[in-house]
Design a protein around this ligand. Sequence first.
Ligand code: FA5
Length: 364
Amino acid sequence: MSLQQHAETLKTEAMAALAAADTTQALQDLRVHYLGKKGALTELMKQLGTLSAEERKTAGAALNLVKDDVGAALDARQSALEAAELNARLITEKLDMTLPAQAVMPGRIHPISQTMDEVISIFASMGFVLAEGPDVETDWHNFTALNMPPDHPARQMQDTFYMPGDGATGDGEKIVLRTHTSPVQVRTMQAQKAPLRIICPGRVYRCDSDQTHSPMFHQVEGLVIDEATTMAHLKGCLVDFLRAFFGIPDLPARFRPSYFPFVEPGAEMDIGCARQGGQLKLGNHGDWLEILGCGMVHPDVLKNCGIDPEQYQGFAFGMGIDRIAMLKYGIPDIRSFFEGDTRWLQHYGFAPHLLPNAAFDVRV
Ligand code: FA5
C-alpha cells in the first residue's frame, strides 16, 4: 500500500472515530492518536524521507491534505461537543437569582467602630454635628479650661499620661494624652462660639488596666449650648438616646447628683438593670447601673472659652464607648477589643453592610 493509500485509510478511520466521539476528552485522545508527536499520521509523514524527490512531492502534498482534513474535522467536532457540553451544564446548573447574596467577608467592622457609628447616627437624628480634637492635648485644654487648675484635687481622678517636656508650645505648659473627650468641648466653643450642638467621639488615655479599664479607651462627649437650654433638655436627650441605643423603649433612667469641676449642677446617670448570677440584664428590673456623667456647663468654663454665661448656658455629658459596646453586645472583657485577634473579630465584628441607622424612634 502506498503512503497516499495508507493516509486515505487512516483518514476514513479517523473520520468515523471522531464522529463517534461524544466527549471533548475522547476527541482530545483522538487528536493525540492521529496528529500527536507519535500519532499515526505524523509517523506516516516521517516515512516521506524514504521516497525519491519526485514521489515525495506528490505523496507529501496528499499527506498534508489528509492531515489538514483530519485537523479541520477534529476542530469542527470539538466546537460542536463544547457547545453541547455547555448546554448540558446550563440545563443542570441552575442559578437562583432570588437567593440572598452570600456573605463574602473581606473584613469585619470592629464593635467599637460600629458602636461609635450607632451613637453618632442617633445623635445626628437629634441635630447634633460631629466634632473632633487631638489625642495629644495641652494641660490647659484637658484640665485648666475645664475648671481643674494645677494642683486641683479633681485631677487625681484621672490617672494621666504626661508627655516629657512641654511639647511644641515651648512655654513650660505640660502636654498630656487627653484623659477624656471634654477638651473637644473647649476647642469647639473657642472656635465656633454659641449656639452649638456637637457630639465628639474619640480615643482617650488613662494609666488604668484591668478587666473593665483599659489604658486606651473611647469616650463620646456631647455638648449643647444655647440661650434657653436647661437640665430638662439634658434629661430628655439622654433618656431618648439610651432607650434608642439599647433598643429598650421603657428603659428606666435616674440622675444622681455628682461632682465634675466643669459642670454645675453635675450628675451621674443610671439605667435600670438586673444582676443575676454574674449576668447583667438591662431593663425595668429594679436594680441600677451607672452609665455616664453629665451636667450643666459651668459658667467659668463658658467664660474660659469666650462665651458669655449671662447670655448662654448649656449641658454636657460623657460616656465610655467601650463600656456601652460591652453592655450592648455582651463582651465580657474590655482588653479583648485591643488584642487584634481575628477569630474574636469574626465572632463579635459586624458585616460591612450592617450600617447603623437611627431606626428607633428617639422620642419614645
Ligand atoms: C469623664 O471623663 C467626664 N469627662 C465625663 C463628663 C463629661 C461629665 C461632661 C460631665 C460632663 P469619667 O471619668 O467618669 O468622666 O469617665 C466617663 C466614662 O468613661 C466612665 O463612665 C466609663 O464608662 C469610662 N471610663 C473611665 N475610665 C475608663 C477606663 N480606664 N477604661 C474604659 N472606660 C473608662
